[in-house]
Design a protein around this ligand. Structure first.
Ligand SMILES: *[C@@H]1O[C@H](CO)[C@@H](O)[C@H](O)[C@H]1NC(C)=O
Ligand SMILES: *[C@@H]1O[C@H](CO)[C@@H](O)[C@H](O)[C@H]1NC(C)=O
Length: 167
């Protein structure tokens, strides 16, 4: 009996060390000049089976993120591994996608003191909340190589990391 118990414990220990528990977090806006753009939760809006737009929704519909090797991951409801990507472009207001990885996820993301989402992309000039085509606000980034004004209908924000309490 004792032998069986320790085998079970050993199996548990191996299972735990083989799959490190990811720290799951939400991304929440702060620092906006328009107070209504603070406290928005990053989520996704379906475009097609492989691509989503980065949009803001209520806390109850927030997307759960985690970091792997400098990419920010999100598991879609169907289990597909999505990742955040800064889309390359020419404009000041750069698009952000949350799409199936690994083809599209951007690398170089990190959490400063585990508090704020940053990227080492040299063109990155900060996060933007901008009015979208529909009623949802979208997440964009400022391409500092294209200019340094805040684009029209946008507000500069930071994305705070809010860890989910483990249950
Ligand atoms: C992270 O990067 C290392 C080194 O490139 C690689 O061996 C590992 O498989 C990567 N992990 C994941 C989960 O992609
Ligand atoms: C930023 O803008 C410059 C100039 O328009 C462009 O060459 C560069 O590729 C852009 N960067 C990104 C990450 O899209």
């Amino acid at each position: 009996m004792k032998f069986v118990t320790s085998l079970a414990l050993l199996a548990t220990a191996i299972a735990v060390s083989a799959s490190p528990v990811q720290k799951i977090f939400n991304l929440v806006t702060s620092g906006a000049s328009d107070a209504s753009n603070n406290g928005l939760y990053l989520s996704t809006e379906h475009v097609d089976p492989l691509n989503s737009k980065a949009v803001f929704r209520e806390k109850t519909d927030a997307a759960d993120f985690y970091v792997v090797n400098g990419t920010v991951r999100y598991d879609a409801p169907n289990g597909a591994p999505f990742a955040i990507a800064l889309v390359s472009g020419e404009g000041l207001q750069g698009d952000v996608e949350i799409s199936v990885s690994p083809t599209t996820g951007s690398e170089g993301f990190s959490l400063t003191s585990e508090k704020e989402l940053q990227t080492s992309n040299k063109d990155f000039g900060g996060w933007l909340v901008c009015a979208g085509d529909d009623d949802l606000q979208g997440l964009f980034y400022e391409n500092s190589s294209a200019g340094d004004d805040v684009p029209e209908r946008c507000d500069a924000v930071q994305l705070d990391v809010v860890y989910k309490t483990s249950s």
